[in-house]
Design a protein around this ligand. Sequence first.
Ligand code: HEC
Ligand code: HEC
Ligand code: HEC
Ligand code: HEC
Ligand code: HEC
Length: 472
Amino acid sequence: MRHSVVLYLVLLPCVFIFGCSYLTSVPEPEPPPAQVGAGAAETAAQPAEITTPPSEKAAQAAPATEEKTAQQPQLFEPGAFEDPEVCSTCHKEIYADWSKSMHANAWQNKWYQPDLHLAHEETDGATDLLCGACHAPIAARTGQLPPVDGSKFDETSRRGISCDFCHTVTGVSQMFNMGHISEPGIDKMGPRGDGRSLYHEVKSTEIHTRSDFCGSCHMVIHPVTGVHIIDTWQDWKNNEYGKQNIRCQDCHMTPGPGVNKTPGRAALLGKWRDNLAYHGFIGGSSYVQDALGNAEQAELSREFLRAAAKLKLAKQVSGDGTLELIVEVHNVGAGHKIPTGTTYIRKMWLQVEVVDRGGKVVFSSGHVDDKNHVDPEAAFFRVLFRDAQGNLTGKSWRAHSIGYDRRIPAKGMDSETYRVSLPENGDYQVKARLMYRSFAQKSLDEVFERTGQALPPVVSVEMAAAETQVRY
Ligand code: HEC
Ligand code: HEC
Ligand code: HEC
Ligand code: HEC
Ligand code: HEC
């Protein structure tokens, strides 16, 4: 018997769980009880229309009062989704790649947990299910969350975004905050549908072949203030890659940038395929992958970062010895802005150094000090929010508006101009580097102060570099 579910699309003035304290004038409505597993009528779970996110402008113009469509999470019995170990028996390679992916670590991730717990404390638990919907979708859909400490999680839930969550999705009802429609059971949905398995039925679904499948999670909107927290999908949708339908899968379900042929079998006894979907979901997380001991994934991740950007330099020295240096940052390889995703947690910045013939540094910007902190005066490419008091913050749940947004659009460019007084006549070497780190060292220091949990020092990756010489 398949577990079927009634999907509630409810209009709540203050979205089902999150931050109702912002809206003191609105009485707190009781959410309708969710149906658990069997018993619910076999309904066509496909809604007529996919809800697309409100535009950034509209969302900022009328934040707190606007009524938004919130979707009650679907609820199934614990155990409704199968454990990835079951799939590993036949899908060995896919399992091996997935098990080292950030998706497999989406819940247990030591860098995610402190943020989750701080959000929980500051919102009295209002964020538990919101964060969990994406980071632990099986727990969120089987009533194992809350409590936020994960004490009710079974083994399957702990493994984050796993096989049976993704492959029992039959559609997407909402293009933000996780609007996947689940139909767990014997049917496994995939992009091909022509394979045969002794263990399960195989059904082909269009949704797995589309960026919308990824986008419903890679698009986060603050349920109360409407601030776009993560906008990867909408950004992609509106740029050249989206228009040409070069999908997330085309870049992220291949083992490396430009590798578009990976022949093999998806399972023991499976058909031979010219091009198998790679399940490592590589992104920028080389630091975490190294810390987890996944050296191969870390290296692939550095390749992704290096494939994304190029630097170009333009220079001019005036009669009084002033060097004007223009550093252009080009996004040549990413299907979205760089950086993308949790850019309020990540850091991308320029490191520039001018050195004289004797090796003496006459100018420097963006360097890392002995406490592993980046020069605060550097040119940063990222997003920061403003909280209710107007302070800049990288804590998504506090976001009231966008406070800073400097990113390089897909196939686009941004530039930074440096003016350097060259101290005396001679030749100088100029070096510019585009740097990336997954976290600010300061936020890791804060985790240590708050919780006593020591995380390894964050490591920078050079995404691109350029050098030139100038003479004065
Ligand atoms: C007894 C072996 C076996 C087990 C266990 C198994 N599968 Fe499969 N699965 C197969 C075979 C064989 C195919 C056909 C592959 C082919 O021919 O390309 C397949 C196909 C699929 C497809 C279809 C892909 C497509 O492109 O249409 C999906 C999705 C899938 N399996 C998911 C799962 C999940 C999720 C699990 C664990 C809950 C699982 N499988 C467990 C053997 C198995
Ligand atoms: C709609 C889905 C969604 C929701 C809801 C969501 N996240 Fe995420 N989260 C993501 C995605 C996608 C990424 C990966 C983006 C990237 O790599 O840049 C991510 C990454 C993160 C990371 C970085 C982890 C790492 O390994 O680098 C943290 C921390 C995080 N989220 C915290 C939270 C917290 C706390 C909440 C709740 C307040 C939350 N998220 C809610 C989708 C979501
Ligand atoms: C043309 C290839 C391409 C396409 C299409 C593409 N990406 Fe990327 N993506 C990249 C590259 C290269 C990087 C590494 C640069 C970076 O991390 O910013 C990346 C990075 C990422 C990251 C990590 C961001 C971080 O730094 O934490 C996430 C998450 C991501 N992509 C998700 C997506 C999603 C979701 C889609 C579809 C809506 C998509 N990508 C489409 C190439 C692509
Ligand atoms: C984040 C969601 C997600 C997770 C987790 C996931 N998959 Fe997939 N899988 C996909 C998507 C999307 C495709 C189709 C990619 C495409 O069309 O390019 C796919 C493709 C497949 C295919 C067909 C491959 C081919 O090229 O023939 C199989 C089989 C499969 N997945 C099994 C698994 C198994 C087993 C696991 C767990 C070890 C797993 N998947 C985890 C999203 C996921
Ligand atoms: C159920 C929600 C969900 C779905 C569906 C989903 N993702 Fe993710 N994805 C996440 C979350 C959450 C993270 C962050 C995990 C972490 O770091 O803790 C993430 C991380 C990633 C990363 C790693 C980024 C890095 O920093 O290394 C990539 C790449 C990525 N996703 C691509 C995809 C693609 C491509 C698809 C569609 C085939 C997809 N995702 C579908 C939620 C989702």
